[in-house]
Design a protein around this ligand. Structure first.
Ligand SMILES: Cc1ncc(COP(=O)(O)O)c(C=O)c1O
Length: 237
């Protein structure tokens, strides 16, 4: 075995000690005590790369990912340039408390389909850039149920998870996701969805002010996505 100082290649989806450390941080400060399987903590060079990686894996050119809008505008360009994946906004406003409604999701879905595109995922960003909005439990449950019914993936970008004002609490999608993993053990179809179609992203750029370190996270139970982060994107780290 080569001595450690040779700087040999490490685990391709992130150095194990880093993934383990991040898993502990996620459990304690981000997921509110939910145990995190460090093997599922896939590291990329920034959250934008984690998101782009997921979009690349989950969609084909011409497909659509729905995002509640207004949203972080870089995703529009980012997903298009390499993946040719479209971003369709589910409109939100002051009236809806900047939360997507079932109608806005259906509208976005129908617009994409009318344009000849297949919808592959919904991506939530919370706390949101630019509105700062954190989603209610009811809204998160609605989005997850909607993704399940449509048979599409759900991604929750929670890169601002702990950058919140005192007295507030962000409800991570991890909570709802794991609640269902506990409750729906007998529902094989739902379990398949929860184990394969749900992914959370984040990183150190915002909460730690470490944007230059380029540490992005994708947390998933999907074995194919984990493997792809090792095999397809490993050398981008
Ligand atoms: C919602 C959201 N995700 C991701 C990023 C970028 O994260 P990173 O610097 O880790 O690539 C930003 C940056 O502004 C953002 O607003």
């Amino acid at each position: 075995m080569a001595p450690q100082w040779t700087g040999e290649y490490t685990r391709n989806r992130g150095e194990p000690n880093l993934s383990k450390g991040l898993a502990r941080y996620m459990e304690k400060y981000w997921f509110g005590g939910i145990p995190v399987d460090w093997e599922g903590v896939c590291i990329q060079n920034g959250c934008v790369s984690s998101m782009e990686g997921l979009v690349h894996l989950l969609s084909n050119p011409g497909d659509t990912v729905i995002v509640p809008g207004p949203c972080y505008s870089v995703f529009v360009v980012d997903w298009w340039v390499r993946c040719q994946t479209r971003l369709e906004a589910a409109h939100t406003s002051v009236e809806t408390n900047f939360e997507p409604t079932l109608e806005s999701l259906e509208d976005a879905y129908n617009r994409a389909v009318a344009g000849g595109s297949r919808v592959k995922a919904i991506a939530l960003i919370q706390p949101n850039n630019p509105t700062g909005r954190m989603l209610s439990k009811r809204c998160l449950e609605m989005c997850l149920k909607w993704a399940y019914e449509k048979g599409i993936h759900i991604i929750s970008d929670e890169i601002y998870a702990i950058s919140i004002f005192e007295g507030n609490q962000m409800i991570s999608m991890a909570g709802i996701w794991h609640e269902l993993l506990d409750q729906k053990k007998d529902d094989a179809h739902m379990m398949h969805f929860l184990k394969n179609y749900c992914h959370i992203t984040g990183g150190l750029a915002k909460d730690f002010g470490l944007s230059g370190f380029r540490i992005g996270i994708c947390y998933t139970y999907n074995e194919e996505v984990r493997a792809a982060f090792s095999r397809i994107f490993g050398y981008l780290l």
